[in-house]
Design a protein around this ligand. Structure first.
Ligand SMILES: Cc1ncc(COP(=O)(O)O)c(C=O)c1O
Length: 416
């Protein structure tokens, strides 16, 4: 274990694991489940599963319009979840918009803010490590508006190069940037990027899909303009995410989707829109999903986000050390656990990552193989695919050991 990195005790993690019913199950081959794919989606604690069933079993009703008891309870629970997420990110309640996922949160900014504010000759600045969700919307915007899509480069360890940030910011209207990479693990130093962007007159949208679940995020301290969050990666259900936006920006933006709930008054000729946050929530929201996400946030806050981060650093550091000893294994991304989230992408000799993942699956070890929605980044690194292990609050040192043993078995099978 690297000096200075504290070791989280197994009993702390065992207590957490007991809250996740799926972790007590076995695979069809009778192996204990070693779940190392939380960057794709996290497992859900009993508290989240119960919050969903409680809603459907005891107060299922549509929100906002009902005057009967269970409708009022549903509205209270839905809006209560919003308040909890706001407090989790240190935002105001009105600044949290429920979306389907992080992708939709980014698209909301693209369609509402960017389509109104970006013109031919302007630039959007992203990095080379972005997920497709934070590249494709901007490519489409660039095609529609004639704006330029510009990139911050990466160094040899997968860190974003900021030496030329000021130059790259010239003419930029929006910096759209990941807080943490889902392939390299890199944590982007936003405290450097955001003030520089603001000084250059640009707004900043942060893709927090791999950050908000893993370390404390304070949108006010960051002074970020928009922050996209994915619910299903932070113990919440699928189908729910949030967008944080500064109130003054959201107020000035046109609606994204149009229909029920987002209106104040509609005539056959004209519509006036609801106030924040509902102006951006057209139609019936994922009520259960939002309530489930509220329960997930409660769970994470119960652990404390500093603890979540500490655990992740300890585990990632241990994994980086152990994986470095596996022959023929190449690791990608920053060398130190402190500079990265709990995501480790790797290749093993010339074995195809899908074959590696299949062998690991036979040992009950769940990892991801492919391009992880970062095809351009794989192209840049000269890779067609990688295998990826990712950790979360319920993973143990024994899970890392199981990963290493399964990889050693894979290496023997491939005769590496
Ligand atoms: C960095 C990053 N951004 C965005 C997304 C998309 O998240 P969602 O599934 O919530 O749309 C992901 C999902 O893998 C991601 O890792």
């Amino acid at each position: 274990m690297t000096a200075g990195i504290s070791r989280i005790t197994d009993s702390e993690v065992e207590r957490i694991r007991a809250d996740f019913p799926i972790l007590a199950t076995r695979t069809s081959k009778g192996k204990p489940l070693v779940y190392l794919d939380s960057a794709a989606t996290s497992q859900k604690p009993r508290a989240v599963i119960d919050a969903l069933s409680r809603y459907y079993e005891s107060y299922n009703a549509n929100i906002h319009r009902g005057v009967y008891e269970i409708a009022e309870r549903a509205t209270e629970a839905f809006e209560g979840a919003r308040a909890r997420i706001a407090s989790f990110l240190n935002a105001e309640r009105e600044e949290i918009i429920f979306t389907r996922n992080a992708t939709e949160a980014i698209n909301l900014v693209c369609h509402s803010w960017a389509l109104t504010n970006v013109r031919a000759g302007d630039a959007i600045l992203v990095t080379r490590l972005e997920h497709h969700s934070n590249i494709v919307p901007w490519q489409l915007l660039a095609e529609k508006t004639g704006a330029e899509l510009r990139f911050l480069e990466l160094d040899g360890n997968g860190r974003v190069v900021l030496d030329d940030l000021e130059t790259k910011l010239q003419g930029v209207k929006l910096v759209a940037i990941a807080h943490a990479s889902n392939m390299l693990g890199t944590i982007v130093p936003l405290q450097q990027v955001i003030p520089a962007a603001h000084a250059a007159g640009a707004l900043v949208l942060v893709d927090g899909a791999q950050a908000a679940p893993h370390f404390p995020v304070d949108v006010k301290a960051l002074d970020v303009d928009f922050y996209a969050v994915s619910g299903h990666k932070m113990l919440g259900p699928t189908g729910i995410g949030t967008l944080y936006g500064k109130r003054s920006l959201l107020e000035a933006m046109p609606p994204f989707l149009a229909g029920g709930d987002m209106i104040r008054r509609v005539t056959y000729e004209h519509t006036t829109f609801n106030e924040l946050p509902w102006k951006f929530e057209a139609g019936t929201s994922d009520i259960a999903g939002a309530i489930g996400l509220g329960a997930a946030v409660d769970y994470l806050q119960g652990l404390g986000m500093p603890w979540v981060r500490e655990h992740e650093i300890a585990l990632t550091s241990y994994a980086l050390e152990r994986l470095a000893d596996v022959p023929h294994l190449s690791l990608y991304g920053p060398k130190r656990a402190e500079e990265r989230g709990g995501v480790i992408a790797f290749t093993l000799g010339d074995a195809h990552p899908h074959d590696i993942a299949s062998i690991l699956d036979s040992e009950g070890v769940c990892i991801r193989a492919g391009h992880h929605c970062t095809m351009p980044l794989h192209d840049l690194l000269g890779l067609t695919a990688t295998a990826r292990a990712s950790f979360y609050i319920y993973n143990t040192y024994a899970d890392v050991d199981a990963l290493v043993e399964a990889l050693e078995k894979a290496a023997r099978i491939f005769k590496l």
